[in-house]
Design a binder for this molecule. Structure first.
Ligand SMILES: *[C@@H]1O[C@H](CO)[C@@H](O)[C@H](O)[C@H]1NC(C)=O
Ligand SMILES: *[C@@H]1O[C@H](CO)[C@@H](O)[C@H](O)[C@H]1NC(C)=O
Ligand SMILES: *[C@@H]1O[C@H](CO)[C@@H](O)[C@H](O)[C@H]1NC(C)=O
Ligand SMILES: *[C@@H]1O[C@H](CO)[C@@H](O)[C@H](O)[C@H]1NC(C)=O
Ligand SMILES: *[C@@H]1O[C@H](CO)[C@@H](O)[C@H](O)[C@H]1NC(C)=O
Ligand SMILES: *[C@@H]1O[C@H](CO)[C@@H](O)[C@H](O)[C@H]1NC(C)=O
Ligand SMILES: *[C@@H]1O[C@H](CO)[C@@H](O)[C@H](O)[C@H]1NC(C)=O
Ligand SMILES: *[C@@H]1O[C@H](CO)[C@@H](O)[C@H](O)[C@H]1NC(C)=O
Ligand SMILES: *[C@@H]1O[C@H](CO)[C@@H](O)[C@H](O)[C@H]1NC(C)=O
Length: 251
């Protein structure tokens, strides 16, 4: 009887230690572009650990190792360790940081590791307009993720067919997308819109208006028209004043 009891207890204990995870982490995490992100693996409270080694790994990069006790860690990453948790901080997330990261721990009595699948939201990029020459207009979005295309609009009219697009991939995985529009009719304003292929929608905040300036001379002619109008209204005002003055004096 006693023997059986001891056996069962031993089985229970060994079962327990096998089942209890040393580390605990959420399996998925999404980062925002360029926004400092912290990955965390919690150390089980019930564990009394005499730690031998502690580090982070990146699945697709063999040589990647972030060790909180080392001063020689991959650039753009910081890792820390407390009694409760291991953390890996990604300072400026880019598409190059999308990966599966593992936190690893080795102690005298046990070891453990947990995987975190890290993805990235969209990077809207930076917009820059460019006057390439008369009759042409270029619009660029740099550091965009995921890849996209540029459509051109003149109010309700889709004028994308008069444009040519180029997309270049940067080493951090983002794209520089630019498009040159051939301006056929002397319209002043266009919207150049970044369409995200993956999200299937326009990134609206990227819309803008441009004025065809020096290249076509439209901007200037409009400017002089308004100043003529100003001149006229001042003359009218002066005339009105003079008339009212004369009426006053004659009274
Ligand atoms: C780890 O601990 C922190 C702080 O106690 C908690 O907010 C977080 O939810 C824990 N993570 C997991 C995977 O349980
Ligand atoms: C994590 O992502 C995988 C694959 O995208 C999914 O199957 C799983 O349910 C997710 N887990 C959680 C906890 O969200
Ligand atoms: C984490 O470690 C880095 C050095 O790798 C240090 O600069 C930083 O202040 C630490 N952060 C925390 C929250 O302890
Ligand atoms: C990580 O998550 C992405 C989607 O968020 C999924 O496509 C990919 O298959 C996952 N990778 C692994 C190794 O689970
Ligand atoms: C603007 O266009 C000119 C002519 O095509 C080009 O040389 C220049 O690099 C462009 N500038 C930017 C900021 O794209
Ligand atoms: C550009 O887009 C804005 C916002 O959608 C819109 O109000 C404006 O009329 C558009 N301008 C042109 C020239 O298409
Ligand atoms: C505008 O035209 C382009 C190609 O010419 C097309 O791919 C796009 O879907 C059109 N967009 C809209 C809103 O009509
Ligand atoms: C686009 O580029 C091609 C090749 O350089 C050229 O033949 C074509 O005229 C261009 N189209 C427009 C609308 O600029
Ligand atoms: C993308 O644009 C940035 C900023 O203008 C520039 O520094 C970088 O070299 C460009 N990348 C490519 C692949 O042309």
């Amino acid at each position: 009887m006693l023997v059986i009891m001891a056996f069962l207890t031993a089985l229970l204990i060994s079962g327990n230690t096998k089942d209890e995870k040393v580390l605990d982490a959420f399996p998925n995490q999404t980062m925002n572009c360029n926004e400092r992100t912290v990955l965390q693996c919690n150390i089980s409270k019930s564990m009394k650990l005499n730690i031998v080694a502690i580090f982070w790994r990146k699945q697709s990069e063999e040589g990647f190792k972030c060790d909180p006790t080392s001063s020689n860690n991959p650039p753009g990453f910081e890792c820390n360790y407390t009694r409760e948790a291991l953390t890996l901080t990604i300072l400026h997330p880019t598409p190059a940081n999308i990966d599966v990261y593992s936190c690893c721990i080795r102690a005298d009595s046990t070891h453990g590791s947990e995987k975190i699948n890290v993805s990235l939201g969209k990077c809207s990029g930076e917009f820059s307009p460019n006057m390439t020459g008369p009759g042409q207009m270029e619009c660029s979005f740099n550091s965009v993720y995921p890849d996209g295309i540029i459509n051109w609009f003149h109010y309700d009219r889709n004028v994308t067919s008069n444009s040519n697009i180029t997309s270049l991939k940067n080493s951090d995985g983002t794209f520089n997308i630019s498009s040159i529009l051939n301006i056929q009719d002397k319209e002043e304003r266009y919207n150049c819109s970044l369409w995200s292929i993956k999200n299937g929608r326009y990134l609206k905040d990227q819309e803008f208006e441009v004025e065809v300036g020096v290249g076509l001379g439209v901007g200037f002619s409009q400017g002089s028209r308004t100043s003529t109008q100003h001149c006229l209204s001042w003359t009218l005002l002066l005339l009105a004043l003079m008339f009212s003055l004369r009426t006053c004096l004659s009274l």
